[in-house]
Design a protein around this ligand. Structure first.
Ligand SMILES: [Zn+2]
Length: 283
């Protein structure tokens, strides 16, 4: 199994840090062979940063198990097409072993110009991007923002067809329902999926978008309507990545048993547990 979404180190005030040793112990217990480690470089969500430099250094020590991503805050420097600073930085990280970019937690519209510059660079360097989608613009929220129906994401997917995106976060998963409201967009809505949403539309119509199954948001989306959850996995197994968003030692990870025990054929499970990840990470 490859876990596509993990953070390490000191991130949240009042929580014990997840050290590489503790992470690997848990991976061994759960049968997870490799984990993608996502640096945190945006100021909005967590209480401490975990820089790309640090993640690259730690992953080098555990290269058989930990796969580093890199991250740059889009507001650093001037971040426009004429300035090469951001490109040079991401390029250097890729040369040092980074296999992707993210997690993006900047509280900016998904189609912000500075974000687009990063999407373009990552497409050129073939680095898949993990992003966190929060609420609608203007609401108090963390992560990237988009209107109901995800028009900014769709605009970006068609403008950057060579950039691979991996979606995550409550704002994304609430859109599994076509009846989502602005108030519930950054929450964990309950109840049956009466009408399919923009998540299914984008996964079906754009080859450059995937989704990771990490955190309470994906678990809620799959279990709010258990029958539909299985239908969803059956339909989109080649666009979904097993992931946990593991970030503090005692955290429960219900997605692991959910996926292990679910009635889905083994070929599809393999895709979700590691084959899709291997393809995106080119390993
Ligand atoms: Zn995360």
């Amino acid at each position: 199994m490859i876990d596509f979404h993990v953070h390490i180190g000191k991130i949240f005030y009042g929580r014990k840090p997840l050290t590489p040793k503790k992470l690997i112990k848990r991976m061994n217990e759960k049968g997870i062979e490799k984990a993608v480690i996502l640096p945190i470089e945006n100021p909005e969500e967590t209480h401490w940063y975990n820089t790309s430099e640090n993640v690259l250094k730690i992953c080098k020590k555990y290269r058989e198990r930990l796969i580093p991503f890199c991250n740059v805050d889009p507001r650093r420097g001037l971040n426009n097409e004429n300035e090469k600073f951001i490109k040079n930085l991401i390029e250097e990280y890729a040369e040092s072993g980074a296999k992707g970019f993210g997690e993006i937690l900047a509280n900016l519209p998904f189609n912000d110009k500075r974000m687009k510059n990063i999407y373009k660079i990552c497409g050129e360097l073939k680095l898949p991007i993990v992003f966190h989608l929060g609420g609608v613009p203007g609401n108090s929220t963390i992560g990237l923002t988009d209107e109901i129906g995800l028009p900014f994401i769709e605009e970006v997917l068609s403008e950057f067809p060579n950039t691979i995106f991996v979606a995550h976060g409550p704002g994304w998963w609430a859109e599994i329902s076509g009846n989502v409201t602005p108030e519930e967009r950054n929450t964990y809505p309950k109840g049956k999926i009466e009408k399919e949403g923009k998540v299914q539309y984008l996964l079906q119509n754009y080859s450059n978008i995937y989704a990771d199954l990490s955190a309470g948001s994906a678990y809620n989306a799959l279990t709010r309507d258990p029958e539909y959850g299985i239908e969803f996995l059956n339909k989109f197994y080649d666009k979904l990545l097993f992931a946990t968003d593991y970030l503090y030692p005692e955290q429960e990870l219900p997605i692991i048993d959910y996926l292990k025990n679910i009635n889905l054929n083994e070929e599809k499970k393999k895709k979700i547990f590691y084959e899709n990840a291997k393809k995106l990470l080119n390993i």
